[in-house]
Write a protein that binds this ligand. Structure first.
Ligand code: 13P
Length: 256
């Protein structure tokens, strides 16, 4: 973390979990214990059907709500999809774009990610852009090249101001939902590399202002060590964000 130049953002990615009734129980459990997290923003990205209800449940708290995906078109014949305006209109502030599960199961590519990032920023939503390598790619030694490519394509055509509002989440695919976390050093190295790419493309002032998260089996036990890395400015948390006590512990680790 580097509190001088950028915000720490702890975000839960609930994936396809929790009904609105379960979300209410979660909100009741964490609201009294949220405290005043001055340095750290807290976000919950929830299934699109629950965005509106979650915004109401977390009204008057410091928790912002986000979507988990969006389409890049403004409207049209795309059964099952939601637009950025729809998310914005019901009170979402963030949207996850290009999660590896979307890339794997729903054919998202770096080029659709780029279109979605433009759409989100134009609508005033902050995109949480996911990048990350598979185990095979890591073992082949192409992690840095792959991450450079993913970041460059995701941010292509954005203004400096827009890049500042984007959040990059480094999520090694082999660490997602596996209980196998990247070591703090491995995660820190890639996040430093991501910032160096942004520096080359957009300059030092913008690069140091961008929030870069780590995601992949981040939990109550390892959060503090990961967040101690200078270029890790938060987390995108799956499993552990579903449990109120674990999520609160991670938020507190970011508030130290
Ligand atoms: P886990 O924290 O469950 O590994 O999931 C990480 C993730 O995919 C967040 O987007």
């Amino acid at each position: 973390m580097n509190l001088k130049y950028r915000k720490t953002i702890i975000a839960g990615n609930w994936k396809m979990n929790k009904t609105l009734t379960e979300t209410r129980a979660f909100a009741e459990a964490i609201k009294p214990n949220l405290g005043r997290h001055k340095w750290c923003e807290v976000v919950l990205c929830v299934p699109s059907v629950n965005v509106s209800g979650s915004v109401k449940l977390f009204k008057d708290t410091r928790v912002s709500i986000g979507g988990e995906s969006c389409h890049y078109e403004a409207s049209g014949a795309y059964t099952g999809e939601v637009t950025v305006e729809m998310l914005k209109d019901v009170g979402a502030k963030y949207v996850i774009i290009g999660h590896s599960e979307r890339r794997q199961y729903y054919n998202e590519t770096d080029f659709t990610v780029n279109k979605k990032v433009h759409a989100a920023l134009e609508a005033g939503l902050r995109p949480i852009i996911c990048v990350g390598e598979s185990l095979e790619q890591r073992e082949l030694g192409v992690t840095q090249e792959l991450i450079s490519y993913q970041v460059k394509v995701a941010l292509a055509g954005l203004s400096d101001h827009q890049v500042r509002r984007a959040i990059i989440a480094y999520e090694p695919i082999w660490a997602i939902g596996t209980g196998k976390t990247a070591t703090a050093q491995q995660a820190g190295e890639v996040c430093t590399h991501i910032r160096s790419i942004i520096r080359k493309e957009h300059g030092a002032r913008i690069a140091r202002a961008v929030t870069i998260q780590y995601g992949g089996s981040m939990n109550a036990k390892n959060a503090a060590e990961l967040l101690a890395q200078p270029d890790i400015d938060g987390g995108l948390i799956g499993g552990a964000s579903l449990k109120p006590d674990d999520f609160l512990t991670i938020i507190n680790a970011a508030n130290q």
